[in-house]
Design a protein around this ligand. Structure first.
Ligand code: PLP
Length: 454
């Protein structure tokens, strides 16, 4: 059925019982129709009314190689015929072993242990618990605190929310959350006029260094999103910050947790963002693109040093007793194995470099727009900061919901953009073509007109 009745009926049935994530459901009553999708192919989604949408945000940053990718489809279908799931305590299976081997092969050297969970927030919970528990097993039970960056985002379960810092998600639940130490962000949007990204990010390291020196004795780990704080509005920093952070954490005996859930798997121009700083974190959290955007799966990679702190006689009760029912799900691992196989058999990173250069060219003229404060880019992530006043960088009031105007405008032109506040961004699947990037840039241009004209 290809008609709007079909679309509207499905939307009505949905609204009768469903409650959607990150949504004020009242918005869907009138001005913001829910959009039922019936199929996807490559970068395109197709609605029940036949409308097509270019998925410029990789369906919330998960999709890497397009919807209904033939290679990943075939891998999941083949696995489905063999084994859908098995308990992962006491049992194992080939897809999980293959994925662990591939991750260890691809990740920064020294990350040799892989612990699976089933979503990004759960991976952050695992890393936080493991770090705390490591120090306890090593006789340093006083190391219980975590240092996080201003405007960081690590997920929405209570532990992950506690180590994050986006007020919109966090403030209401503050009474439920553990207390963390917050350092200023190296975010280069805040740099002084004439200051380079590198100078700014390095300067922002001084307060982090001071906090580490003061709190190292009671701190288990620092947690960061390397290079791009995505949920904060694609705010970016220079890798020099991460290099300094790694050195200080090593000097002062504090773990470094790299949350690469959003930035991993090529988004920043390298397979992992940490590579650009030449660092190896103590924990690396991965999810989102891990399965190519197919199925929920996450992994925490860590060192043999961490692993050995838990390896002991049973009666000592030093084991890491954390589990999720769907840990290491074989279907999800089959999707991940196929996804990692694409990275290992095709020049994805090199091809992305050309696409990233094309994104830069296609959006260059937007930088002069009177309501654009900055067009910034790190690899395959490009963001346009729309402001009320360019000179003073005054933002629009959030209550004006100008991002929503851009969202609706883009949909009317067949593009799924989902601005974060007043930040428009592209984080497309890697199968996008230069022509499709040109379309995105043109839609962004008219969307900015639509959101700033009133
Ligand atoms: C999305 C995200 C998470 C949480 O992952 P979920 O699977 O949504 O729980 C954690 N950290 C970062 C950096 C993310 O972007």
């Amino acid at each position: 059925m290809t008609n709007s009745n079909d679309r509207d009926r499905l939307a009505a049935r949905d609204l009768a019982h469903l409650w959607h994530p990150c949504t004020q459901m009242k918005d869907h009553e009138r001005e913001l129709p829910l959009i039922p999708i019936r199929s996807g192919s490559g970068v395109w989604l197709e609605g029940h009314d036949g409308a097509r949408y270019l998925d410029a945000i990789s369906s919330w940053w998960v999709n890497l190689f397009g919807h209904a990718n033939p290679r990943i489809n075939a891998a999941v279908a083949a696995q489905l015929g063999k084994l859908e799931h098995v308990i992962f305590a006491g049992f194992t299976h080939e897809p999980a072993v293959d994925v662990a081997e591939a991750l260890v092969r691809l990740a920064p050297a020294g990350l040799e242990r892989c612990f699976f969970a089933d979503n990004g927030s759960a991976a952050v919970e695992v890393a936080v618990k493991m770090s705390f528990h490591y120090w306890r097993n090593r006789g340093r039970a006083g190391k219980q605190r975590f240092i996080t960056l201003a405007n960081s985002y690590h997920g929405e379960t209570l532990g992950a929310l506690a180590v994050g810092n986006v007020a919109l998600y966090k403030d209401i639940y503050a009474p439920l959350l553990m207390d963390v130490i917050t350092a200023p962000s190296p975010d280069c949007f805040d740099r002084e006029a004439g200051e380079s990204w590198e100078e700014h990010s390095k300067r922002q390291f001084a307060p982090m260094r001071a906090l580490l020196e003061r709190h190292a004795h009671e701190t288990a780990a620092v947690i960061v999103e390397p290079l791009v704080q995505c949920a904060a509005g694609m705010r970016m920093h220079h890798p020099a910050y991460l290099t300094l952070l790694r050195e200080a954490c090593t000097d002062l005996g504090v773990h470094l947790i790299a949350d690469e859930i959003a930035v991993g798997f090529g988004r920043t121009g390298t397979l992992f963002a940490c590579e650009q700083a030449g660092i190896r974190p103590d924990f690396m959290c991965l999810s989102k693109g891990l399965t190519g955007g197919y199925l929920p799966l996450s992994a925490v990679l860590t060192t043999n040093d961490v692993y050995e702190a838990f390896y002991d006689e049973y009666a000592k009760l030093n084991a890491f007793l954390h589990s999720h029912s769907y840990t290491g799900n074989p279907l999800a691992c089959a999707a991940a194995r196929a996804t990692l196989g694409i990275f290992e058999s095709q020049p994805v990173i090199a091809r992305n470099r050309e696409l990233a250069a094309h994104m830069a060219r296609a959006t260059a003229s937007l930088a002069d727009h009177p309501h654009v404060a900055e067009v910034r880019q790190t690899g395959m992530i490009l963001a346009i900061e729309v402001v009320k006043d360019r000179g003073s960088r005054t933002p629009y009031d959030f209550r004006e919901r100008r991002g929503l105007v851009a969202y609706r405008h883009a949909l009317s032109r067949g593009v799924l953009l989902r601005p974060i506040g007043n930040v428009l961004y592209f984080m497309p699947p890697y199968v996008i073509t230069p022509d499709e990037i040109d379309l995105l840039a043109d839609v962004a241009r008219t969307a900015i007109e639509a959101m700033t004209c009133a």
